[in-house]
Design a protein around this ligand. Structure first.
Ligand code: IMP
Length: 174
């Protein structure tokens, strides 16, 4: 970690302001509904914690864990679920909360997988969107920030399990 050169991309106040806006939008859209928020481990855990605490509507939470990255910065393209949800989704309004949409492979897989559980609605909120890197078409319903190429860490995001704890988002410098 000491030799990972990095630069702040989004600081605490930028993140907090955007999370508040997203939470307002989501709260408006799900007014009067029974929302289940599913966080994608591990990367989304900090974003999800901030997001649900900023909602003005009640929600339930669950988590799913998938792996698509090995030890590098490129998606392997193979998605493996390592922890399933424990909540019944039939007839429920479900919001997936993910850290990043990069190739789009993970979220496409997750949406297909969770659709089979027959929710009444299924939407996606992603903290970051790297839209230029898609391998499959995918658009999140709610997006925190859009960025170009580059690898980011902090605010739950890691590089080889390092740097998740940082409260800001950093871009890793080569
Ligand atoms: P996908 O390529 O859209 O399937 O993205 C899969 C996962 O790769 C994301 O959920 C992130 O956990 C991880 N990922 C993609 N880009 C980055 C990054 O810049 N930093 C940290 N993790 C990333």
């Amino acid at each position: 970690m000491k030799d990972m050169r990095r630069e702040v991309l989004y600081d605490r106040s930028q993140i907090a302001a955007r999370v508040k806006e997203l939470a307002r939008e989501i709260s408006d859209d799900y007014q009067g509904r029974d929302l289940i928020v599913i966080g994608v481990l591990k990367g989304a855990f900090i974003f999800m914690a901030d997001l649900i605490r900023a909602l003005s509507i009640p929600c339930r939470v669950d988590f799913i864990k998938v792996a698509s990255y090995g030890a590098g910065t490129e998606s392997s393209g193979r998605i493996k679920m390592t922890k399933d949800i424990e909540t019944e989704l039939t007839g429920r309004d479900v919001l997936i909360v993910e850290d990043i949409v990069d190739s789009g492979l993970t979220l496409s897989w997750l949406v297909d997988y969770l659709k089979k559980k027959n929710p009444c609605s299924l939407k996606v909120c992603a903290f970051l969107d790297k839209s230029s890197r898609r391998k499959v078409p995918f658009t999140a319903d709610y997006t925190g920030f859009t960025m170009d190429d580059g690898f980011v860490v902090g605010y739950g995001l890691d590089y080889n399990e390092q740097a998740r704890y940082l409260p800001e988002v950093y871009i890793v410098k080569q």
